[in-house]
Design a binder for this molecule. Sequence first.
Ligand SMILES: [Zn+2]
Length: 76
Amino acid sequence: MTCKQLGGACDKEFHAASFEEIAEQSKMHGMEMFQRGDQAHINAMNEMGELMKTPNAMKDWVENKRKEFNSLPEDK
Ligand SMILES: [Zn+2]
């Protein structure tokens, strides 16, 4: 899945065997870009922050992404 698909802002691809792993990779990448001051990623993180204020919205988002991840073919 790409950074964008995981709520980020670029087309960087992540590959992992499990959703937890890919979520972790995208989080690390997001934080790295945030520290570099990448505006697109900062905006994306702010949007995720808004989502996190509503626990159910966040949960739905994660579940949708998990389904998306699980529905992908072998090369995730
Ligand atoms: Zn990115």
